[in-house]
Design a protein. Structure first.
Length: 353
């Protein structure tokens, strides 16, 4: 930033500082550093910044529980800036931070995705992101940060007294854009091609629901309870193959799982495949390895003659004890349309060796 821009900055008066939380992977620390430096410089003493990877920002205190410290900061955050550099990497922790910050019980938090790759995280696929390789998108972000009174929810005063898109804003945006280009690295060459091999759905149970299952002493009672809770389980994400499996163009996020297959299942009945899935999730909620009991279902697509069986493939438990379950629907060919699906054992096992 140059001296002319600095002298034009005017610090607003607020009873408390707005808090901007930067969520990023450790390997993207340099990008987070540039954002923190920009926000701190242009916001002066008016904006607090939380960046876990920097001693120059608010961060978890030494000797304290890291997750508890993060939850405190996330609940207070006015704006969360997610530095997103590509879907092929591991974003579990960043997505957890976004989830904590946007819980209904916490302070109102705006999430801004700063994107350097070609794709957005699925949960923010419909959100307008800031492509930090595009100078105009960077200028829009800078203009909002410096001149929009509503940039920080619940505040009614802008960070500076600059006019929207005036010379000071343009100069600040140019400086930030140049700084970011030095650290974001080259863009991935070529278009990434991918397709799902099997339908995928991610379901979520609240901490209260998980506790209800885990505290059951009788396995059958626990499975019956899980079967009931699965109807209200939240659909966190799903791919297009899963949507087609249930006869939908898409599976909207936050729709109860029971609503998805309600039309194809008679009232009061639980299909075998759902009971099999409930068995697996019951074991996982009790923090045990699940075992698969193959129980198949047909696709809602009349032209799809393949059989499917749900398999729990990944489990995630948050510090608050809520859980996420990744479910893939394994395909089974049945060309003869018989009443059974055969799975051949290896020759040595079949021979009794």
């Amino acid at each position: 930033m140059n001296a002319e821009t600095q002298s034009a900055r005017d610090t607003p008066t607020e009873k408390s500082q707005p808090l901007l939380f930067i969520s990023h992977r450790h390997t993207d620390r340099e990008i987070a550093d540039r954002i923190r430096e920009f926000v701190t410089f242009m916001g002066g003493n008016a904006v607090a910044v939380h960046q876990s990877s920097s001693a120059d920002a608010q961060s978890p205190k030494i000797g304290h529980n890291v997750n508890r410290e993060l939850i405190k900061a996330l609940w207070k955050a006015d704006v969360l800036v997610l530095v997103y550099t590509g879907r092929e990497r591991d974003w579990d922790y960043c997505m957890w931070e976004c989830g904590v910050a946007t819980r209904a019980e916490s302070e109102e938090t705006s999430v801004i995705v700063l994107q350097s790759g070609r794709q957005l995280p699925r949960v923010f696929a419909d959100q307008v992101a800031v492509d930090i390789r595009d100078p105009e998108k960077v200028r829009s972000f800078v203009n909002a940060f410096l001149t929009d009174p509503g940039f920080f929810p619940g505040r009614n005063e802008s960070v500076t007294h600059f006019q929207p898109n005036d010379a000071n804003v343009k100069r600040a945006a140019q400086d930030l854009f140049k700084d970011l280009q030095k650290v974001i690295g080259p863009e991935d060459e070529g278009q990434i091609e991918e397709w799902p091999a099997v339908p995928f759905v991610q379901l979520g149970l609240t901490a209260s629901q998980v506790e209800q299952i885990a505290e059951q002493e009788d396995d059958q009672q626990a499975q019956r309870l899980t079967l009931k809770l699965l109807l209200d389980a939240t659909v966190l994400t799903a791919d297009r193959e899963a949507a087609a499996l249930f006869g939908r163009p898409t599976l909207p996020a936050d729709e109860p799982f029971g609503q998805i297959f309600k039309r194809s299942v008679p009232d009061g009945q639980s299909p075998d495949w759902l009971r099999s899935l409930a068995d697996q999730i019951t074991r996982a909620a009790q923090w045990n390895y699940p075992t698969v009991r193959w129980s198949v279902m047909r696709s809602a697509n009349a032209n799809d003659h393949t059989w499917y069986s749900p398999v729990l493939t990944h489990v995630q438990r948050s510090p608050g004890k809520a859980m996420q379950f990744d479910i893939h629907f394994q395909r089974f060919a049945n060309p003869s349309d018989s009443e059974a699906i055969s799975i051949a054992l290896p020759a040595a096992v079949a021979a009794g060796d």
